[in-house]
Write a protein that binds this ligand. Structure first.
Ligand SMILES: Cc1cc2nc3c(=O)[nH]c(=O)nc-3n(C[C@H](O)[C@H](O)[C@H](O)COP(=O)(O)OP(=O)(O)OC[C@H]3O[C@@H](n4cnc5c(N)ncnc54)[C@H](O)[C@@H]3O)c2cc1C
Length: 629
């Protein structure tokens, strides 16, 4: 096991070695795996992955006060004593209080050289020490492929929010700067590494960000003047055939924080099982996806991804490694399931329920028409089937452009091709009557994974000329013809202006009924449509023109959607960073409790992300310094 700092081997050798390391005189080998302090971790988790056994101990921090814990903050049964006014600005790299290179060297040493200074992904396209024309060509060719970004320490899928300060180019004389990228990254391979980063960031007032895959729509897995924790290498998956505690007697999977959706699905299929995860192929599972609630191709039969979590392992803002489940740290457990990523701690693994694999029928088709009235008539007939389709257990992922509709796919667990054809028949009949062509491909698959892999697209990422915003449309909007007509007209008017909508028709009722025991946005429970709109602009647009487009999307077009869905909300995982009253929109009536728990579990605001719980207490000044309001 790499990079474990042991209590048994602590002593003068470390200090002496550190002095030599910092002076550059000696390369220090990583301490030996046999020195793991298992006692410290055994209280934190019942079934640790190997990387969860390597934890930071009190003995370690005695020697390195730079990474000492902050035990004043976290206790299970007491609430916080701090008020917002106790907080101070985070430091920026231009400040005299920014940690010296000697201090960064301590972090690098203790983590076995896992501290990486940020080099923007597209730096090889620019003159200077990283210039490499071949590598630049490779990066340029795959810039819109999510795998390129999830394998890079700091790159994110929405570079617009990073400032797009180092994009691929054929002009190597341009400028490539850090912009909104972190200064350093911990390429975490053990819980110990994460604890060192959390304690260091907190003790020195450095902003901390967390990146898993970098899929966040609003760039929340990046941030300037920060140290980032990269969880991508926590990749273990363990099948637990009979998980017999916490009220669940059935199969489960323990999944590392870096595991992506496709890998957990493949592991489940191998056992004849499924887990409730997203449609996105490369999206992380245990990180931002479950933290935001997580909609799924199985949502209409099983609810949200977060509804199936049994247990988390997590490093909290005080640097401690704790277990959160319905019996231990139950408030933290509640908050982690819906309250958003990078808010309450850094998750290292999760245990989720699994279910028997199931057959799925998929349908994919598209239709186009230059007769836009006829086209919208057909789309409206489809929208009118949303309640029936969601109640039948289906999940539909579709896009609407001016005059073109694409279903990719209509996903129907436990239904046959005949069932699917019957559900889609109203639309097909309408298309027939309008003489609009469509050629549905309807396929019965034996297993969830096969259906998922065969039909969901690997979405393109990396654009800087688009911003999205979304809204959850409740079932009540379909309650009678007049309400539905009004709802559809409003949706249509926005799409006609912007030329694009991504839609998800599903329901997300809490499994088994009753009151949800987690912090998923309550708006999800009523919703049958998650609609994503977008503003776009030319690459040559000025900052003022871009802002005007963004404001129009947020404040004019999305306001129409808000007005027709009063009291509903929006999905924080696929949202608008400018969402007004984000507290209500993303968290609903859970916000007050989430905010209170934020004070309790992270009173020093070690974790910050825009629109995350408690983020309203902070403002970025013009120099990029995060300061309390
Ligand atoms: C192409 C695409 C497809 C998508 N498909 C779906 C879908 O089918 N269903 C759905 O519900 N959503 C979907 N999403 C939205 C996605 O679930 C969210 O953006 C989610 O937050 C991504 O999580 P991540 O960990 O992969 O990404 P990241 O961007 O790395 O992280 C997202 C947020 O979580 C935080 N975070 C990451 N890891 C941890 C951790 N270990 N502990 C604590 N905080 C952490 C980050 O700091 C950040 O704030 C999709 C997004 C994209 C771009």
């Amino acid at each position: 096991m790499p990079n474990i700092v042991s209590t048994q081997r602590t002593g003068n050798w470390k200090l002496a070695a550190l002095a030599l390391f910092l002076s550059g005189a000696l390369a220090i080998p990583a301490p030996d795996a046999s020195s793991t302090d298992a006692a410290a971790s055994s209280t934190a988790t019942t079934e640790p992955f190997p990387y969860e056994v390597s934890t930071l101990t009190d003995a370690d921090v005695e020697e390195y006060p730079e990474i000492s814990f902050d035990d004043i903050i976290y206790t299970e049964h007491t609430s916080s004593k701090r008020s917002v006014s106790d907080l101070v600005c985070k430091v920026i790299s231009a400040d005299s209080k920014w940690p010296s290179s000697k201090l960064w060297g301590i972090v690098n040493f203790l983590t076995g050289k896992k501290l990486i200074p940020t080099v923007p992904l597209a730096a090889p396209c620019y003159n200077g020490e990283y210039y490499n024309a071949t590598r630049c060509a490779e990066i340029t060719a795959s810039w819109h492929d999510s795998d390129l970004h999830d394998q890079d320490p700091t790159s994110i899928m929405s570079p617009f929010y990073q400032g797009a300060t180092c994009m691929p180019t054929t002009d190597p004389t341009g400028s490539c700067t850090l912009g909104g990228y972190p200064n350093y990254v911990i390429k975490a391979k053990t819980v110990f590494d994460i604890q060192v980063a959390v304690n260091f960031a907190r003790n020195f007032g450095v902003r901390l960000v967390v990146k898993n895959t970098g899929h966040d729509f609003s760039g929340k897995s990046s941030g300037a003047n920060s140290i980032s924790v990269w969880t991508h290498f926590f990749n273990d998956i363990k099948n637990i055939p009979k998980f017999n505690r916490l009220g669940w007697s059935g199969p489960a999977f323990k999944v590392g924080a870096g595991v992506q959706g496709r890998d957990v699905y493949a592991a489940a299929k191998a056992q004849g099982l499924v887990v409730v995860g997203g449609e996105g192929m490369t999206v992380g599972y245990a990180g931002g996806y479950l933290a935001g609630g997580g909609h799924s191709p199985l949502s209409s039969i099983y609810g949200m991804g977060a509804d199936h979590v049994l247990e988390y392992e997590v490093v909290t803002g005080d640097g401690r490694f704790v277990t959160a489940n319905a019996e231990r740290n139950s408030d933290l457990f509640w908050a982690l399931r819906g309250g958003g990523g990078s808010t309450f701690g850094i998750v290292t693994s999760v245990i989720v329920k699994a279910y028997p694999d199931l057959p799925v029928t998929t349908a994919t088709f598209s239709f186009s028409s230059t007769d836009l009235e006829a086209y919208w008539d057909a789309v409206k007939v489809y929208f009118n089937t949303f309640i029936t389709n969601a109640d039948a257990g289906t999940y539909a992922y579709f896009s609407i452009f001016t005059g073109t509709f694409n279903m990719a796919p209509f996903f129907a667990p436990n239904l046959s091709a005949a069932d699917v054809t019957a559900l889609l028949q109203p639309l097909f009949d309408k298309l027939d009557s309008l003489n609009i062509e469509y050629t549905p491909v309807i396929t019965e698959h034996e297993s969830f994974f096969d259906a998922w892999q065969a039909t969901f697209p690997k979405e393109l990422v990396g654009y800087t000329t688009v911003q999205t915003a979304s809204r959850l449309f409740p079932r009540a909007n379909w309650v009678d013809e007049a309400t539905f007509d009004k709802t559809f007209a409003v949706i249509r008017s926005v799409v006609e202006e912007q030329g694009m909508l991504l839609g998800f028709n599903m329901k997300n009722e809490f499994p088994g009924g009753g009151e949800p025991d987690n912090s998923v946005n309550p708006a999800w429970r009523q919703s049958v449509l998650h609609a994503i709109g977008a503003a776009s602009w030319d690459a040559s647009a000025t900052p003022e023109e871009i802002q005007a487009k963004r404001d129009y999307l947020t404040n004019v077009q999305m306001q129409k959607w808000r007005d027709v869905t009063p009291g509903s909300g929006a999905y924080l995982g696929e949202s608008d960073i400018q969402e007004p009253n984000f507290q209500q929109a993303f968290y609903g009536e859970n916000y007050a409790r989430l905010y209170q728990l934020k004070q309790r579990f992270d009173p020093k605001s070690v974790f910050y992300a825009s629109t995350a719980v408690g983020s309203e207490d902070w403002t970025l000044d013009l120099e990029g310094r995060l300061c309390p309001n």
